[in-house]
Design a protein around this ligand. Structure first.
Ligand code: GUN
Ligand code: FE
Length: 424
């Protein structure tokens, strides 16, 4: 058993911070929270040794539910096109480079290190079609001790031939990764990843759905991000009642845990389908702004009972930090608030924090909170340079989220283990 003492802040519910000034959290030998309380006595651990973080804050680590590892090199460039030409001109040419194992090994190492730096201990990741490259990404996560669901991407149409695989090649490559990374409790797991409907023939989409069911694996893809994309999907899938309905018809909308990125333009019927199938929406506000896709109605989705997590969506998004993504999520929701004549409320800080921690974390199991039984994924925040004495604990957290950066993250834990150094 390990005991940590700090000012503990987390969101057991969407609309509420739990704040424990000088609180304690007990972590068992499996890396799970055994209890949290305001005294050692309350935890029943009177005689345990305590790691005391003094005046620092202790919060759950960040969970990024949508990010492209193979777009790392394009971070912060190529912001002048909408989605479909953006893919053709910038993204596909970069992803083709991952046919080189040497390139994949090097860029993926930088990518994992960058996630570590910003305090993201779990992520749901797109790699590329390349099996060997994807394997490097999984190895890097494993070596780092960080959690990830890693997707070898399925694609076989509307992209350069070098980014296409046959259904058989895809299935064979994907299953080799499944065999190497079995175990639903493992920190690093494969995830079924059809890029989006325009990139995959019906045969490939069907194979993806079958694979998810056969191996009981989660699924990730993109949904209703951009208007030209949606128009293209309606041409490709004339029989379906909509974009999400098309995924549904291929067995790609549950019952396996599923995360769909963006959902900017999902109408009420589509949102109902997402809710009824327990699909998590990955809200990626930086990406939606950069690629000029629009603004996802996240406050509405939350009130409708849809699960929502946050994604950096590098490189559509420009910033790895989920602190930054929380701020953008709140700011975008304030645009909806104004445009709706105040009918739709804007997101609170606790709602944004909850999406980045407990809600997004639920995709990985019991992750993203300090309630008993949760994996101890945590960040220790040091805001000693931000005049903390002038502020309440919640104000200190708010100031770190709004004005801080990775220099304020003093320690990082994933499933109870301190992740001290990134990869060499
Ligand atoms: N839709 C299909 N592929 C992509 C991608 O790489 N990024 C974004 N933002 N949307 C996509
Ligand atoms: Fe994406």
């Amino acid at each position: 058993m390990k005991i940590y003492k700090a000012h503990i802040i987390y969101t057991p519910e969407r609309d509420r911070f739990e704040v424990l000034e000088n609180g304690y959290v007990a972590v068992d030998d499996d890396g799970r929270v055994a209890g949290v309380g305001s005294s050692l006595k309350a935890l029943g651990c009177d005689d345990a040794e305590v790691t005391d973080f003094g005046n620092k804050l202790l919060i759950p680590a960040m969970n990024d539910v949508h990010v492209h590892a193979a777009q790392y090199h394009n971070q912060g460039i190529a912001m002048d096109l909408e989605l479909l030409p953006w893919l053709d001109n910038y993204t596909f040419p970069e992803e083709m480079k991952f046919g080189s194992e040497e390139y994949a090994e090097r860029i993926y190492r930088r990518f994992v290190n960058h996630l570590w730096r910003v305090g993201t201990m779990r992520s749901v990741v797109f790699a590329t079609i390349h099996t060997e490259g994807t394997r490097w990404l999984m190895r890097h996560f494993e070596e780092a001790g960080m959690g990830a669901m890693v997707g070898k991407v399925a694609m076989n149409r509307n992209c350069p031939p070098a980014l296409q695989e046959s259904v058989e090649e895809y299935v064979e490559g994907f299953e080799s990764l499944v065999n190497e990374y079995p175990g639903s409790e493992a920190l690093v797991r494969p995830i079924v990843t059809p890029r989006f409907i325009p990139s995959c023939t019906p045969e490939l989409l069907r194979a993806c759905g079958e694979m998810a069911r056969r191996h009981n694996l989660p699924v990730q893809s993109h949904l209703s991000e951009n208007l030209s994309e949606i128009e293209l999907v309606s041409q490709l899938e004339p029989e379906s009642r909509g974009y999400a309905d098309a995924y549904h018809s291929y067995g790609l909308l549950g019952p396996q845990p599923t995360v769909m990125a963006h959902c900017v333009w999902s109408d009420e019927a589509e949102r109902r389908l997402l809710r009824d199938n327990g699909v998590m929406v990955a809200h990626c506000p930086t990406s939606n702004l950069n690629v000029a896709s629009g603004m996802a109605p996240v406050a509405t989705m939350l009130r409708e009972g849809i699960k929502v997590g946050l994604g950096s969506d590098i490189s559509g998004g420009h910033d790895f930090s989920l602190f930054r993504v929380m701020i953008y999520a709140i700011q975008v929701s304030k645009m909806h608030y104004q445009r709706s004549g105040h009918a739709v409320p804007f997101l609170s800080l606790s709602e944004a924090f909850w999406m980045a921690t407990k809600s997004g974390g639920s995709f990985f199991g019991r992750v993203g909170s300090f309630e008993k039984g949760y994996d101890f994924d945590a960040l220790v925040l040091d805001d000693s340079d931000l005049y903390p004495d002038d502020y309440s604990l919640l104000q200190r957290l708010e100031r770190i989220i709004y004005t801080g950066d990775d220099r304020h993250i003093a320690r990082r834990y994933c499933r109870g283990r301190e992740i001290i150094a990134p990869l060499p």
